[in-house]
Design a protein around this ligand. Structure first.
Ligand code: ZN
Length: 367
């Protein structure tokens, strides 16, 4: 930020001028800036504090990637600010979860080592040969370049702002590795305990909310059919303490819960359906036809139709739920060629119906 008299102006961008001047872009709002005015520049300490961690984190992650994947893994670009960092890497094959875990371990090791940062302003020749800095020869460099080094682990040409030693990064978490196509992989990461804790809190809330619908549905049906397995996994999902290690575990448990729920919901539907259709089962056909007003949902109406067709031969079943405005016609296979379900459905006179189906089953809405 800049101070003009006592007014604070937010710096929205900085650039270097042709003679290395620092150019600040600010919005003046209602202030007037005249030639000869003195302004005071001050860094945004919080922004700088987190940007330094993320920038040094970028160097450490980059070196870790190359330690694990080898030097054929080339950086194709990187970005960092106060909120996080990412590195694009070109690599000739997909990166495995085991490799990502290994890269994370190398980063953890380097942060723990508390390696001090070294900075050298030297010739390009010294940078490359003496300090073994990674230089990207597609870029244009000045005669004197700046080398940022963390021990023997990382050495890069860089003009950026960095922490004093690797332990100042506090913590680095790889939050994702995605393929961007044409052999480019994007590593995203966060640094600092505070940022990672906030991220994890958000992730845990988001993940747990993924199953809240299923939980509500389960609560509605559990008096009819309870599932100890589902309840056990549910308890486990909510018992996890929020941590980096538990993130993968909770994701696995949530997939497990969703799978278990699929099986459960079929069983619950069958059980509740059987119970709901019971009161209609005594109905007998007249002239090979059963016509009933029912209080059932669509699945249960089809279930009831099937039960009747198994019980009686050459049967036409017409089921109507007037309050839910639904109608189902189902016809035994044996007579479906002469009396097709869809034709019967379309020629119904008592209701205006709209729907579809085939020879043995037709369904739709009463409009
Ligand atoms: Zn850098």
């Amino acid at each position: 930020m800049l101070f003009l008299n006592d007014n604070m102006l937010n710096v929205v961008n900085t650039q270097q001028g042709p003679r290395h001047q620092h150019l600040h872009h600010v919005y003046l709002n209602n202030n007037i800036l005249s030639v000869g005015d003195e302004v005071m520049a001050e860094i945004d300490h919080e922004k700088r504090f987190y940007t330094m961690k993320n920038h040094s984190g970028t160097h450490i992650l980059h070196a870790a990637i190359r330690e694990v994947l080898g030097t054929t893994a080339m950086q194709a670009g990187s970005f960092n600010n106060e909120n996080g960092l990412r590195i694009d890497i070109t690599f000739n094959r997909p990166i495995t979860p085991a490799e990502i875990e290994k890269i994370q371990k190398v980063v953890d090791r380097e942060i723990k080592a508390a390696t001090p940062r070294e900075v050298y302003n030297v010739s390009m020749n010294d940078a490359v040969n003496k300090y073994h800095a990674l230089a990207f020869f597609t870029e244009k460099y000045d005669d004197i370049v700046r080398v940022v080094k963390f021990g023997d682990f990382s050495s890069e040409l860089c003009g950026g702002t960095h922490v004093e030693n690797t332990s100042d990064i506090e913590q680095l978490m790889i939050t994702g590795v995605e393929s961007k196509g044409s052999g480019v992989f994007r590593f995203s990461a966060l640094t600092s305990v505070k940022t990672i804790t906030n991220y994890l809190n958000d992730e845990f809330v988001k993940l747990r909310s993924e199953i809240s619908d299923l939980i509500s549905k389960y609560n509605e049906t559990k008096s009819e059919l309870a599932s100890k397995d589902l309840e056990k996994v549910y308890d486990e999902i909510f018992a996890f303490t929020i941590s980096v290690n538990n993130l993968a575990l909770i994701k696995t448990k949530i997939s497990e819960f969703k799978e278990l729920y699929k099986t459960y919901s079929k069983q619950a539907k069958d059980k509740i359906g059987s119970k709901n259709i019971a009161k209609y089962l005594e109905t007998e056909p007249t002239n090979n036809e059963i016509k009933l007003i029912v209080d059932l949902n669509m699945d249960e109406m089809k279930m009831l139709g099937d039960v009747f067709k198994n019980k009686y031969q050459d049967l036409v079943v017409i089921l109507v739920n007037e309050s839910a405005k639904m109608l189902v016609v189902t016809v035994s296979e044996s007579i479906a060629n002469e009396k097709s379900a869809i034709e019967i459905f379309n020629s119904i006179k008592d209701y205006n119906v709209r729907g579809g189906g085939n020879k043995t089953l037709a369904q739709g809405k009463i409009i």
